[in-house]
Every structure is written in C-alpha cells, then in structure tokens.
Design a protein around this ligand. Structure first.
Ligand SMILES: Nc1ncnc2c1ncn2[C@@H]1O[C@H](COP(=O)(O)OP(=O)(O)OP(=O)(O)O)[C@@H](O)[C@H]1O
Length: 210
C-alpha cells in the first residue's frame, strides 16, 4: 500500500535517509521508532507529499506521490505536527469545514468519527476551550473521518488519558480489520508493543524491521 523505492533525504549536511526500500502492507499496523531527530516526521511528511525525497520514489496505493497528477495522495488520513483549528468554531464545525475540501462525507460520518474517539459532536464548546487531549482526539477524528485507506499518525496518543488511549487503540485495531494500512510513531514503548504488527527502526539512515 505504501512503497519506498530508493528514497534518500538530507537537509544541508544532515543525512537522514540513504536509499531506503520498504513496503507497508494492507491490514497491518506499523510502528516507526527512532530517537529524537532521527527522521520519523520527515519520513511521514514524504509519504504524505508535504516534502520530497532528494532521490527515489514513494508510491501510495500504486500512485507515485508528489507528481503533478498526484501532488498529495488522496487516500491518506494524517496527523503530523498537531493540526491548527479555528479557535472560535466548535470541533464539529472545524471538521465540517475541512470535510468540504474533498466533499465526500456526510455530517453523520463526521459525528460518528467524533464519537469513536470520545468527543461529543453536539457540544457548543469552542475549540479554544478544548484541552490538549480533546484537540488530539479531534485530530484523530479528522484523520479517520473520510474512511481513508492509509493512516499516517505521528504520536497519536499524545496527551490522551488512559481510557482515551484504549479507545483510540480500538479504533486503530478495527481500522486494521477493515484492511487499512496504519503507520504510527510513539515514544511510549507499550503503544508500539501492544498495537503494532511490525516495528520499523530508523537506524543508520536505513529502515530496519525489528
Ligand atoms: N524542513 C527542514 N529543514 C531542515 N532540517 C529539517 C527540516 N525538517 C526536519 N529537519 C531536521 O531533520 C531531523 C529529523 O527531524 P524529524 O522531525 O523527522 O525527527 P523525529 O524523528 O520526528 O524527532 P522527534 O522524535 O523529536 O519527533 C532533525 O534534525 C530536524 O531538525
């Protein structure tokens, strides 16, 4: 579902990835691990088409990412760098506005994704009054609301309480059952060990399955 083909990426003198080949398959949850600054977010941004490899190609669902025809892969739900929301609008209103970009889901779909992560879609509470954990839940609801086939989630459990972590784990497990491809990072070892089918380590500018 995601294929990295000879991917290289450096910033100035800093080499992050050297000729990486890797495949992420359907119906699996992958955990990407590595120390701070090893390139986890950069890898995710390349898969989502936000930045480009210096060399090599990335394919999502068979389409090369970053081409004119396929600037951003359509089938990907994303959390990277904590998305910004309009503070004076409710959570539902924010997701509704964002849904109009692709315009392929209903209000019910949005509400269902909010309920799945433990948010009340009918509350009049504005996002500016949301806690950090609530904003994180909103980001997860946004990532799953369009039933995307690939979920790229950088630290999805950040700021979540214990019950919410379990809820989100369940959401990801049922997405896996539906055949989705899920790639996450987490600095919490347990998130990776209880959830992931395959753990991928960034090691010496390569990706290694561990
Ligand atoms: N646009 C950019 N320009 C220059 N350097 C960058 C850019 N984006 C990332 N970097 C550098 O690339 C390295 C990897 O960054 P990245 O954010 O991917 O690390 P990470 O593994 O996600 O770290 P963390 O665990 O702290 O989240 C860092 O040294 C960062 O400073």
């Amino acid at each position: 579902m995601i294929k990295l083909d000879g991917v290289c990426k450096s910033f100035g003198g800093l080499t992050l990835f050297e000729s990486i080949d890797y495949e992420f398959h359907k119906g699996k949850i992958y955990g990407v691990v590595g120390p701070n600054g090893s390139g986890k977010s950069v890898l995710f941004k390349m898969i989502c088409g936000f930045i480009f490899p210096d060399q090599g190609k990335i394919f999502v669902a068979g389409e090369e990412v970053g081409t004119k025809k396929n600037r951003f892969p359509e089938s990907v739900g994303i959390i990277i760098d904590g998305p910004g929301y309009l503070p004076h609008r409710t959570g539902f209103e924010n997701l509704k506005d964002l849904s109009l970009i692709n315009n392929n889901i209903t209000d019910t779909d949005i509400r269902e994704s909010m309920v799945k992560v433990g948010l009340d879609p009918y509350t009049s509470q504005k996002v500016k009054h949301y806690s950090l954990g609530m904003k994180q839940k909103l980001a997860i609801a946004q990532a799953i609301m369009e039933d995307q086939q690939v979920l790229i989630l950088d630290e999805p459990f950040n700021a979540l309480d214990e019950d919410s972590v379990e809820k989100v784990r369940e959401v990801l497990r049922s997405s896996r059952e539906e055949g989705k491809t899920i790639v996450i990072t987490s600095h919490i070892k347990e998130d990776i060990s209880v959830l992931c089918d395959e753990v991928v380590k960034i090691n010496g500018n390569k990706l290694t399955k561990i």
